[in-house]
Design a protein around this ligand. Structure first.
Ligand code: NCD
Length: 301
């Protein structure tokens, strides 16, 4: 019933989420609210705009209520352990959504809680609901995932969204190229895992080559996960997509980004027909409606 890692899902599970999301898009249009008497607790111990607000919007649009734990005024500030905080909230709510800087924190919460737990990001580890949004967006824009040439560009060492997404893309048979600034490459064990598990085609490059690219997925330098913030700022300044990079690209190339974007995509690119990241962010609501709905129904069985 929990959703902690993209590894918890089979391809069939992911496809069922896509199907449910399409249904939820219809519900959004008609205003139908299929859930009642459910409280979703949101605990965010790291900054969030999209994930936290789209989960709250999704709950509301489903007919559920949300309560929000404020990490800056909550009792973890007094020294209460995460375990105890989870135990308490588990007694109030029917489902817990958690984001926390510690890798493994969502799994710990799931072990403690009786109710289902959804991982909204645990440190640099996993961000499974973002991956479902990313895959759904690709499917909506391109009609398929299998065989697409996808480039993941950015801080692949620290970005949980990229780790989860590589797994999801491999599961669906995309050809993935990884492009990272020096020192920020994806951990080898993560690449080995998808090669072994899915026979995935994954290659690594040190610079962009977008000629045959179908999906360009960019993420920011994850400054908060660097031990030296000056180092992060230096890389961030040097690392950016330029309009010239998009000169010879395929007409139907799409550019995605989990957001927030900082300097890595110039504002002028926002106006390009390739830029789909705002549309991608919008899918956060129906995708998270599908996730909440499916988990609530499973828990009620
Ligand atoms: C991502 C995250 O928190 O991992 N943001 C998000 O959920 N949309 C990506 C990021 O912060 O760079």
């Amino acid at each position: 019933m929990d959703l902690i890692s993209i590894r918890d899902l089979t391809k069939e599970d992911v496809e069922a989420y896509f199907k449910k999301t399409a249904e939820m898009e219809k519900n959004l249009a008609s205003g139908k609210k299929p859930v009642s008497n459910i409280v979703v607790a949101n605990l965010f111990f790291e900054p969030s705009t999209r994930t936290s607000l789209s989960f709250q919007t999704a709950a509301k649009r489903l007919g559920a209520d949300s309560v929000v734990y404020n990490a800056s005024t909550g009792s973890t500030q007094k020294g209460e352990t995460l375990k105890d905080t989870i135990r308490i909230i588990d007694g109030y709510a029917d489902l817990i959504v958690i984001r926390h800087p510690l890798e493994g924190s969502a799994r710990l919460a799931a072990d403690v809680a009786v109710h289902p737990v959804i991982n909204a990001g645990d440190g640099g580890n996993q961000h499974p609901t973002q991956t479902l949004i990313d895959l759904y967006t690709i499917l909506k824009c391109k009609g398929k995932i299998d065989g697409l040439a996808v480039q993941l560009v950015g801080d692949l060492k620290h970005a949980r969204a990229m780790r989860s997404l590589l797994y999801g893309l491999a599961m669906f048979g995309a050809d993935v190229t990884l492009v990272a600034p020096k020192g920020l490459e994806m951990e080898k064990s993560v690449i080995d895992e998808v090669r072994e598990r899915f026979g995935a085609k994954v290659s690594e490059r040190s610079s962009l080559d977008l000629k045959s690219c179908d999906v360009l997925y960019v993420c920011r330098v994850q400054k908060e996960r660097f031990s030296d913030p000056y180092e992060a700022e230096k890389v961030q300044k040097e690392f950016s997509l330029h309009e010239e990079d998009l000169k010879d690209v395929k007409k139907d190339l799409i550019i995605l980004h989990p957001l927030p974007k900082i300097d890595e995509i110039p504002e002028s690119v926002d106006r390009s027909p390739h830029a789909k990241y705002f549309e991608q962010a919008k899918y956060g609501v129906p995708v998270r409606m599908a996730i909440l709905y499916s988990i609530i129904k499973e828990a009620q069985k």
